[in-house]
Design a protein around this ligand. Sequence first.
Ligand code: TYD
Length: 213
Amino acid sequence: MTAAHRGRFITLEGSEGSGKTTAARHLAEWLRSRGETVVLTAEPGGTPLGEEVRRLVLHLRNVSDDLDPRADALLYAAARAQHTARLIRPALERGEHVVCARYLDSSLAYQGAGYGNDPDEMRWLQRFATYALLPDLTILIDVPVDIGLGRKRRGEWNRFEDTQSVAFFETVRAAYLGLAAAEPERFRVVDGSGSVERTDKLVREVVEPVVFG
Ligand code: TYD
């Protein structure tokens, strides 16, 4: 597989209510309108195993706050390995683009910074789970925590999110910004505090040179 024939792998990251799921969908629609073939996917999910893991972790968090941090990290990692091997990598090898809401950086921010797993061990685990496949571009949609949580409260709500403190989400946000600062060639930070249309426009501006440049 030569680099020229490989599709682009674009991930969107951000904390709760940042709007990354909507932004990912609109990005995929925009790329398709320009004639590109796009696989739109999200984590945890994207495969039958991933959907089971999503159901499991959200359910476990809803029934009990006692999920062991390493067990948590391994559940997301198992879903990610399956997703990478069975969906993401094959699509890229077919020359298709992959737009994915959440990927390894979610685990660095949540399971690492948020739940206190060792950062180096988390990096190792992500490398293992992804077969060292890194995105070509990661868009961090950054919003202040109060705006993000305010949006979530107006939408669907689960007890897991209700029991998380504002301090937890501040930690996650700071971790994301730290990851972006550490890898400026892979990350672009986009302000997600405005309208959906504004976020879409900012996202397209950073994707344009990566896909069409
Ligand atoms: P998601 O469906 O993207 O929800 P949201 O719209 O709130 O961002 O993600 C579900 C939850 O899973 C979210 O609270 C973040 C968490 N998560 C992790 O903790 N680690 C991970 O690696 C991933 C992919 C998600």
